[in-house]
Design a protein around this ligand. Structure first.
Ligand code: HEC
Ligand code: HEC
Length: 789
């Protein structure tokens, strides 16, 4: 058993072509604005070059001023620039007229620590920026219309089970390669269960599948029956909704820098879960999220759903308090445009805010054509006390019954508040202690029964076109641009936008149009990546000229075309993919060239949610959830930390969690961008949970020692191991049967005889009361448990 202790995690390192881009993005988004606003006045070619230091060019800080290089990449201590902004040396304090804000200093420190990425080559080169040639740009594969093609002929006609397999096999044959043998049925069952629901199969499900398979007459139906069962389980939506939330920046917190709870965010999360469970056609899913508030609805319930869907636009890392209000508003628009670019189009639209795209055929005018729609959309507001603003909350339509129930609750609540007020007044007159009562009052006010609300958007009263800005400066305006979409991905003139509308409805139609070359391709590629570990286009969020080319372009187009033809059904596509022979391949064979031709299955590491959820499920602790608020705010001690009027809002801290929450699936846990998070959040952080401020379709997949240490030392894992040990020892008196059951539960397969010998030896070497716990713990920390083989 020692090997299980030692071979903890050898997860494959995922591609990180996004990495290099990250540094540039950070520089452009965070560092450059600080330099421009706080330093250029005295350190740029357009103004002055004080102390000999120019900060508007990379070689400016490299050469440095009178004291030599201003930045030593990677070394915060040796960099004059950092010393100057920290105000630690009285002889060199920058900017001289007043210290930067703490977050600005942190940005510069982080930038230096990152190795000072700086994409600026030379200003002269930048000034010569060529105009974007849209017509030439259309020739690039990603902007070409989707063209379906027939599956190619193959030599080994016995192997393919469906059309997908013929595309895959044809490429292998052309390269002189052949597919891996089928994985054994236990491996396939665990693989498909984890991929579709994020949970391993139960021992009962394993034995049902095995007996189904032994009935030779309908072997292939046995596979299909499993897939249909998984697709129809509510666990499917709970799994796949989380993939989508990674593209939205979802959190139960407004923004990052503000301690403001997003108490209605969960409605959007639940909307996404049910969209997946009901197999909402993806084109409709797009329309509702971009323009749900503008769509016709047949009932109050449908209208409410449409409004909730627009939470997509506002539940990201929205900054709501900033000194420069105009810039803040432009930042929000930028976030919405960028999110649409990444989530639906696989384009980095945020790069076109300040200059034409340096690599892709997208001009600044394309960006501001879309930005005008979101500038014409209202997303935030100022609260009554004028201190905090927030994301728009919209009242949801209610049925007659809901209305009368609410009115009764309001009356009861008002009576309670009156009583509390009277009590507080009496106590105050007696000069008696009221700290406890005031808190109760605050709590009661927060929980006043109101019409259900959702974070959502609506069109402004006077929608208007927007001007191009010079280098992203909201006060330096260029020409007005008519609202519209990316020209390079368009097939016709953008439709006219009614004078009283933002244009989001037209944008939604454009995104969901079968002629749009990007939406379906990007979507089927993401689904492929979730199932096979790598996308057909490996840069899943970026289909531009600097991204990767598709390994199987005809297959990608075939899938995209079929997806649209089949009513944009995600379940149907997933079903087709996991029932392919390609998906059934073993993962243990060798592969060259990064397995680009899929001559075996990839072995992705389970993500944070699957690790936690699987451990809960295996130990029979998982509690089903009906959704609802993730924030345990019904406890007065938690509400203390909301206090929106506070000058220095305290950091988020949940003094109390709902007990059942610890046993619900991870998607129902609160997501807070800042501050310590309760319970299982540590596991999320250790295993690469998405940074909730980020928009990314594929998570990092690191393999670091902290993960092994976490699995050994965490109370959470220990508790699950203890539960599992109890379960198997109570159920099975016979050690042989116990071992069988333990392997089936944790690794979803029978134990081998070699393992049986090792395990018996291991058990004998420990005191009986601990032996089974140690063994369960070792299996939970094993490589095999952590990988999707
Ligand atoms: C109002 C004008 C002004 C602004 C704004 C300003 N600086 Fe300076 N900076 C100076 C002057 C003047 C010197 C030369 C001081 C000296 O040599 O004693 C200097 C020198 C420096 C030096 C030392 C260069 C060397 O090698 O001697 C650094 C580093 C520096 N500035 C960084 C910054 C940074 C970073 C910012 C923006 C956060 C900034 N400065 C903003 C005026 C300014
Ligand atoms: C906040 C404004 C802003 C954003 C957003 C921005 N850039 Fe820039 N970028 C600049 C400025 C300013 C320059 C230097 C002058 C110029 O080229 O206009 C520059 C220069 C560049 C250069 C060097 C150009 C040359 O010819 O030397 C590249 C490459 C570049 N940006 C790529 C990007 C990418 C990729 C993104 C998106 C990840 C991006 N930029 C986002 C402002 C921005």
């Amino acid at each position: 058993m020692n090997s299980a202790f030692q071979s903890f995690i050898v997860a494959t390192l995922a591609i990180s072509s996004a990495r290099a881009e990250d540094g540039v993005t950070f520089f452009e988004a965070k560092v450059l604005p600080v330099l421009q606003q706080r330093c250029y006045e005295c350190h740029s070619h357009e103004n002055k070059i004080k102390g000999g230091l120019a900060l508007d060019l990379k070689n400016g800080w490299q050469t440095g001023g009178d004291h030599g290089p201003a930045v030593v990449p990677g070394d915060v201590v040796k960099s004059h620039l950092v010393e100057a902004v920290r105000y630690t040396n009285p002889d060199m304090e920058m900017p001289p007229k007043g210290k930067l804000a703490t977050n600005e200093i942190e940005v510069l420190e982080k930038w230096v620590a990152m190795g000072a990425p700086d994409p600026r080559v030379s200003q002269i080169a930048a000034k010569e920026a060529k105009t974007v040639d849209i017509e030439a740009g259309k020739k690039f594969w990603a902007f070409q219309p989707v063209r379906d093609s027939k599956p190619p002929a193959v030599k080994n006609t016995a192997w393919p089970l469906n059309e997908v397999d013929r595309f895959i096999l044809a490429k292998q044959e052309a390269a002189g390669l052949s597919p891996a043998p089928d994985a054994d049925p236990h491996t396939w069952l665990r693989r498909v269960s984890l991929a579709l629901t994020g949970l391993p199969p139960t021992p009962e499900e394993i034995s049902a599948f095995m007996s189904d398979l032994s009935d030779e007459s309908d072997k292939s139906d046995a596979y299909a029956r499993v897939v249909d069962r998984l697709l129809n389980s509510s666990a499917f939506g709970e799994r796949w909704a989380r993939h989508w939330l990674d593209l939205t920046g979802y959190a139960d917190q407004i923004g990052t820098s503000n301690s403001v709870f997003a108490e209605h965010a969960w409605r959007y999360r639940d909307y996404v879960i049910s969209a997946f469970n009901n197999d909402k056609p993806f084109d409709q899913f797009v329309r509702e999220q971009v323009a749900g508030d503008l769509l016709p609805a047949s009932s109050p319930e449908k209208r409410a759903e449409n409004i909730i869907a627009t939470g997509f636009l506002v539940l990201g890392d929205v900054e709501i308090v900033a000194v420069d209000k105009l810039k803040m508003e432009h930042d929000l628009v930028d976030q919405q445009v960028s999110k649409i670019g990444t989530a639906f189009l696989g384009m980095t639209l945020g790069c076109v805010r300040c200059h034409d795209h340096k690599f892709d055929p997208i001009a600044q005018t394309d960006y501001y054509a879309m930005a005008g729609m979101f500038r014409s959309t209202s997303s935030t507001y100022k609260t009554d006390n004028g201190v905090w603003s927030s994301v728009h909350k919209r009242e949801l339509p209610e049925t007659t019954e809901q209305k009368s129930q609410r009115e009764k609750a309001v009356a009861a609540h008002e009576a309670r508040i009156k009583a509390l007020e009277a009590e507080i007044a009496a106590k105050t007159a007696e000069k008696a202690d009221t700290k406890g009562m005031k808190a109760e009052m605050e709590h009661a006010k927060f929980f006043a029964p109101t019409v259900a609300k959702a974070f959502a958007v609506h069109d402004v009263e006077r929608p208007a076109d927007m001007c191009v800005t010079i280098r992203g400066n909201p006060r330096a305006l260029g020409d007005v641009v008519k609202r519209g979409a990316l020209r390079v991905a368009s097939w016709a003139e953008f439709p006219a936008i009614p004078a009283d509308q933002s244009g989001r409805a037209q944008l939604a139609d454009w995104l969901a149009d079968p002629r749009n070359p990007l939406t379906a391709r990007v979507t089927v590629n993401r689904i492929w990546q979730k199932l096979f570990g790598e996308g057909i286009v490996r840069t899943v969020d970026y289909f531009g000229t600097r991204g990767e080319k598709p390994t199987h372009p005809e297959l990608l187009d075939h899938l995209a075309a079929q997806f649209m033809k089949n009513g944009w059904s995600q379940k149907r596509l997933i079903r087709e993919l996991v029932l392919s022979r390609t998906y059934r391949q073993s993962s243990s064979a060798d592969a060259t060239d990064g397995n680009r031709l899929l001559t075996r299955m990839n072995r992705p590491r389970l993500d944070a949610e699957a690790i936690r959820d699987a451990m809960l499920a295996i130990s029979n602790k998982l509690v089903p959830s009906g959704g609802g608020t993730a924030l345990p705010l019904e406890f007065p001690e938690n509400v203390q930390s909301i206090n929106p009027g506070a000058v220095n809002p305290p950091a988020f801290k949940f003094s109390k969690m709902r007990p059942v929450q610890e046993f619900e699936r991870t998607i129902y846990q609160p997501v807070i961008r800042t501050a310590a998070q309760p319970g299982s959040a540590k596991l999320r952080d250790v295993f690469d949970f998405t940074q909730p401020a980020q928009i990314a379709g594929q998570r990092a997949e690191t393999a670091v020692p902290t993960q092994a240490l976490f699995l050994i030392n965490s109370d959470l894992v220990r508790a699950r191991a203890t539960d599992i040990a109890k379960l198997v020892t109570q159920a099975e008196p016979n050690p042989g049967a116990r071992l069988e059951s333990l392997w089936l539960r944790i690794l979803s397969r029978p134990i081998t005889s070699a393992e049986r010998d090792d395990a018996t030896h291991f058990l004998d070497s420990l005191p009986t009361d601990k032996a089974w716990i140690e063994l369960s713990h070792a299996l939970l920390a094993s490589n095999e448990f952590l990988l999707r083989l």
